[in-house]
Design a protein around this ligand. Sequence first.
Ligand SMILES: [Zn+2]
Length: 196
Amino acid sequence: MAQFQYPCPDCRTTTSLHAPDCRFDGTAWTDIEAAYIHVLSTLAEGAKREGKLREESPGRWDRLHSAALSRLRHEQRIQETPGGALELLSPAEFKEQIAVPSQEPLGRIYEEGSVPGCHDHAVFALIAYYEMVGFSWEETRERVTDWLRESGTWDRGGFEEGAPEEVVDNKRHVYARGYGWRQAAEEAAAVIERRN
Ligand SMILES: [Zn+2]
């Protein structure tokens, strides 16, 4: 069974088996993870009051976001300053942590690199992920370009472009449109799986 990085904000499961009375049973894990990441990435920019957090959080603030926020406060990832603002403990650490995706199957794709036949999906998924966690386009471009080189993906060939930078630039629309990463990651992972 898949394990998720963030607990369900109500029953605290990290699998798709929720407690019988859980308010979020049947909620897509993509949505649960996105709510956490929206809260964390918005606070990574600096401490702010809850009203401001709600306003600035990417996507529409809903009960899942409120629940994720209380869970994070309960677990003391977030604390309240004497002035009443919400503050993320060590924003730099959080940024480092999310720069290496750990949600599967994206974590594995990041780790192992992509292979010819799924480059499109793999690059799409990574760009969509960095956009979701709040990285700027410049940060995203740098991260994905480095990944293409360092994961061995570029050396495996199968690209029409002449350089990793071009590959990333040709997918800028993914960043601009804010697609989700999961479907592309699953398609890429299926291709990688077949080649192993
Ligand atoms: Zn639950």
